[in-house]
Design a protein around this ligand. Structure first.
Ligand SMILES: NC(=O)c1ccc[n+]([C@@H]2O[C@H](COP(=O)([O-])OP(=O)(O)OC[C@H]3O[C@@H](n4cnc5c(N)ncnc54)[C@H](OP(=O)(O)O)[C@@H]3O)[C@@H](O)[C@H]2O)c1
Length: 346
């Protein structure tokens, strides 16, 4: 079938405005670019923050959407390692309309695209790109983060056997991927906080201890001390709200490091550090890390060492994203990733 010239896209019409599905041209890939037909796109908390707070974007109407999965529809000149028909998943660029995910066809740079192994669905794949980037840069690459040896580097797999890892908010998408990588790195115990209904799910990802997210900071500190026999030198806060940052900082041994993924809201004391990591900025700083990650991810998915997350489909194609974004804003998503199907747009 020839590539259509028109497509549906979900536009944020103006700063702090409303979303609406409109028609737009299907972009044509230039040299070094790919065109992807989006089958599944992942929703993110940043979507409602962009809408409500007007952050990050200057040009409207804007298309957002940070990640997706689908098939390559066309390749620009000079692209050699990917071809039409390949199944892929990718990190999108939501500040550039042609490259954002909430539309039926998206342009992408090959370095942000990974081939999808057989057996991994588009829905499953769409749960991963943002979380993979955020969890792995926080654990392995970001200065002030874990800076552990990644499991794909020589000697990295299982290297941290017997060392504890604490992930605050293990049922968040980022936390669920951080736990899986923690397991691959050999950490034990892996302690996390969540709603206790998510215990079995987080254990299936590799958590050894799931603590109630409603514990007070003092009670959490006591529980963690009991489990690991002391205080951790590193904590990954995969929620990073002011209360979780304070609790995470409170867990640290003197001189320990807290990695947060929202702007820092806690002041570090006693030689501890608190570092805010933005995965896309970090991948620009350390592009080789992104290249290595893209190479190894299909292998880890194929071997089932890293698994896609639980999917919650928002019905209604691109239009359904609007209610999905509302659910994220209202904290109504638990232990799952919201995914939409752009091709089902009426
Ligand atoms: N800096 C970056 O590069 C970057 C990248 C991605 C995301 N983020 C940000 O990181 C945050 C997480 O993103 P996400 O997509 O992973 O979120 P998400 O999956 O939508 O987060 C929902 C989950 O957070 C958990 N949660 C909420 N409050 C909690 C608390 N006080 N203690 C423990 N768990 C809590 C809930 O767990 P239960 O259901 O078990 O209660 C729920 O399952 C968002 O603010 C997002 O904007 C930043």
């Amino acid at each position: 079938m020839p590539t259509p010239t028109q497509q549906k896209a979900l536009f944020l019409l103006e700063k702090q405005g409303q979303f609406a599905v409109c028609d737009r041209d299907v972009p044509i890939p230039k040299r070094g670019e790919l065109l992807i037909r989006n089958e599944s796109v992942g929703l993110n908390p940043v979507d409602w923050k962009i809408q409500q707070w007007g952050m990050f974007l200057d040009n409207y109407p804007a298309i957002i959407g940070a990640e997706g999965a689908g098939t390559i529809e066309a390749v620009g000149e000079g692209v050699t390692d990917l071809k039409k028909g390949d199944r892929v998943f990718y990190r999108a660029v939501w500040a550039v309309n042609d490259r954002a995910a909430y539309q039926q066809y998206t342009l992408a740079d090959p370095t942000s695209v990974t081939k999808l192994p057989e057996g991994i669905s588009f829905d499953g794949a769409a749960t991963l790109p943002t979380a993979l980037a955020s969890a792995t840069t926080g654990l392995y690459s970001h200065p002030g983060g874990g800076q552990y040896v990644p499991p794909w580097a020589e000697g990295g797999k299982g290297k941290y056997a017997g060392q504890p890892l604490v992930v605050i908010g293990g049922a968040s998408v980022v936390g669920s991927v951080a736990i899986q990588f923690g397991k691959l790195s050999g950490f034990s115990p892996i302690v996390t906080t969540a709603s206790l209904k998510n215990t079995a799910l987080l254990q299936s990802y590799g958590a050894t201890h799931v603590l109630d997210r409603n514990l007070s900071a003092d009670a959490l500190r006591e529980e963690v001390k009991k489990i690991i026999g002391g205080y951790p030198s590193f904590v990954f806060d995969a929620v990073s709200l002011p209360e979780t940052q304070a609790a995470g900082h409170g867990l640290l041994a003197p001189g320990g490091r807290l990695l947060v993924i929202l702007p820092q809201s806690v002041e570090a004391t006693e030689g501890r550090t608190v570092t805010f990591s933005m995965s896309n900025v970090n991948l620009q700083r350390d592009p080789q890390f992104g290249v290595d990650l893209s190479k190894v991810i299909p292998v880890l998915l194929e071997s089932n060492e890293i698994r896609p997350l639980k999917v919650d489909i928002v019905p209604g194609g691109l239009a359904g994203i609007v209610s999905g974004v509302e659910k994220l804003r209202n904290n109504q998503v638990s232990g799952a990733k919201l995914v939409a199907h752009p091709q089902e747009t009426a």
